[in-house]
Design a protein around this ligand. Structure first.
Ligand SMILES: [Zn+2]
Ligand SMILES: [Zn+2]
Ligand SMILES: [Zn+2]
Length: 163
């Protein structure tokens, strides 16, 4: 875990696209070659209550694609593909594949299905879920591990830049 406290700047919301937004707006089936670089500026979004908001917060991921990613052998490394930052020298997961925008989105969805232990308070470069990746459209109701956050206010009030 990094200590984030020394590296945070609180900024007003700007409407420019973050690196992740840009990747997700890429033409869907084109290969993503320069999605996220480790050096890229990384922003964390928060709502007016200071709760972390995962952006974008709605996905249209086809279940078949999710299954395809789950069944890959080896599976894609979430840290490598979503953050360009896997620090496991012996990582057994796939660092070599080039993802399409759809695959990037599906991998983001799968990664966010795992709830971040820091929840809404997380201010790190983090690929886990800080709210339900299906949001208000979640079909799992109270059985969802993110159920308490289904109604979270998703309006972004603040962006924090993490170096
Ligand atoms: Zn890895
Ligand atoms: Zn987190
Ligand atoms: Zn849910």
């Amino acid at each position: 875990m990094r200590n984030p406290s020394s590296k945070l700047w609180r900024t007003k919301v700007d409407l420019g696209l973050s690196t992740t937004d840009a990747a997700i707006n890429h033409p869907l089936d084109a290969p993503l070659t320069k999605t996220v670089s480790h050096e890229a500026t990384y922003y964390i979004s928060q709502n007016a209550k200071g709760q972390r908001i995962d952006v974008p917060n709605s996905f249209n991921v086809h279940p078949a694609l999710l299954n395809e990613l789950r069944n890959r052998n080896p599976r894609l490394c979430n840290y490598h593909h979503l953050l360009r930052d896997c620090n496991d020298r012996f990582c057994p997961y796939d660092h070599n594949s080039t993802l399409t925008a759809r695959e990037f989105e599906a991998l983001t969805y799968l990664s966010r299905s795992q709830r971040c232990p820091q929840g809404s308070a997380c201010v790190e470069r983090c690929i886990k879920g800080h709210m339900c990746p299906s949001g208000r459209n979640c079909r799992h109701g109270t059985a969802c591990r993110h159920a308490d956050l289904h109604d979270i206010d998703t309006a972004v009030a603040t962006k924090i830049m993490v170096s």
